[in-house]
Design a protein around this ligand. Sequence first.
Ligand code: CA
Length: 182
Amino acid sequence: MTKSTTKRKSKTVKPKVDYRIIVAIIGLLGTVATALFMSPTISLWVGNQSQIPPTPIVVEKDYTISSTKGWQFAGSLQQGDLVTIKQIDGTWTNNINNSAPGAASEYISGNGYPNRKYDEFILGAPLAALLGKIGTGTPFLVGENYQFHAPTSGNLYLIINDNTDSLDDNDGELTIHVTVQR
Ligand SMILES: [Ca+2]
């Protein structure tokens, strides 16, 4: 009996058990410390994720742009919006009185007359092409189809590339489909 008791005592190996407990405590403390350190990072990450909509907001609308009017409203933009302007119908002319073959009286799309330029808004832009601008910003060529990221917030305006004092002799209108993704 005495012998087995002694043997059992020597078998307990106290230092080994203590070492395991210490390792376990260190491990637990490490986990807790990591969790405490990470929690602000995680909450920050989750917070950032919640600010991003799961799907982009898409606004689509058709606008009738007349050849006899000046700059015409075609939607409100926010800086960074992905904007697609697409002609879906219509033709127009910048001079209904000029009937010579191939002349400017020929009804044409928003791409304008490829061999005729008119520089009032954009140097070298085709006559009767569809142009755009945001607010009072610099005009840009749209044509039949144009996609861009809005550099600034503001209202989008469209116009035929023609002398604004010579809109009376124009005719026709374009149906323009504007898609805004934000
Ligand atoms: Ca005209």
